[in-house]
Design a protein around this ligand. Structure first.
Ligand code: 1PX
Length: 215
């Protein structure tokens, strides 16, 4: 793809990056994980400036991870598994309360990981929605079941207001750029198991290390 196409969101592209996320032995490649998020942010940006505060936060978290991936300890930031091991072994994670490592890779990725659960729930609702379904309601339900539990009142309020101006289902499907609604639904059906698997592997890893509540 070239020129303006580069800026255009495509669900297929995001699907491809999540496909490439897992190594043979089920480790999660950070580079692909971050690429998946970049694609999603592209989508969010195409929905308008009301979502700017959300995409800004996602971009800043992506950037923190990219800095580690390109930094002097880059080799430890190849997979989520290697990052967790490296940061824990070297006491680079604030485990109970904020301290000298407020922006560890582990806590930063955890924020995106929680958002991935929202995505999974939202996409599943979209997939099974009907023509008259309201995207704002689907989005709010998915949010309340996942991310909202980690957000303070102010953020929940702002997010709730942003959801209200989400475009309708038809426009939403068009922006996904994969063809007519039946194809979008099929594509979502293809994407969801991949996203779920990446989510579950990360969730198990974080649970195993007691890291699901990192400050
Ligand atoms: C094919 C359809 C794709 C739709 C793609 C939409 C991509 C959405 C990307 C959302 C990324 C959100 C990351 C949020 C991370 C987070 O929880 N950050 C909070 C905590 O961070 P901290 O460093 O303070 O511990 C932070 O406080 C968040 C601030 C911004 C508000 C986050 C609201 C999230 C709402 C998620 C739903 C997005 C709705 C998009 C509609 C399509």
């Amino acid at each position: 793809m070239a020129g303006s196409e580069d800026q255009k969101f495509s669900l297929q592209e995001v699907l491809d990056t999540f496909k490439l996320c897992l190594s043979e032995n089920k480790e999660v490649y950070l580079e692909q994980y971050v690429a998946g998020w970049r694609g999603l942010v592209k989508f969010l940006n195409s929905l308008g400036s009301v979502f700017g505060f959300i995409s800004k936060d996602a971009v800043s978290k992506i950037q923190i991870l990219v800095n580690y991936m390109n930094g002097e300890n880059a080799s430890h930031y190849a997979t989520v598994q290697s990052m967790v091991k490296y940061e824990l072994d070297n006491n680079l994670v604030d485990v109970n309360k904020k301290g000298s490592h407020p922006e560890s890779g582990c806590r930063t990725l955890l924020r995106l990981h929680r958002a991935l659960r929202w995505l999974e729930l939202f996409l599943d609702r979209l997939r099974t929605s009907t023509e008259d379904s309201k995207t704002s309601a689907l989005c709010a339900e998915a949010y309340n079941e996942s991310l909202a539990q980690h957000h303070p009142w102010m953020i929940r309020k702002a997010a709730g207001m942003a959801f209200l101006v989400l475009p309708g289902r038809q426009t939403f499907f068009e922006v996904m750029n994969v063809g007519p609604p039946e194809q979008v639904v099929a594509k979502l059906g293809e994407a969801l198991p991949l996203i779920s698997e990446v989510y579950q592997i990360t969730e198990d890893l974080y649970a195993q290390h007691n890291m699901l509540d990192l400050p």
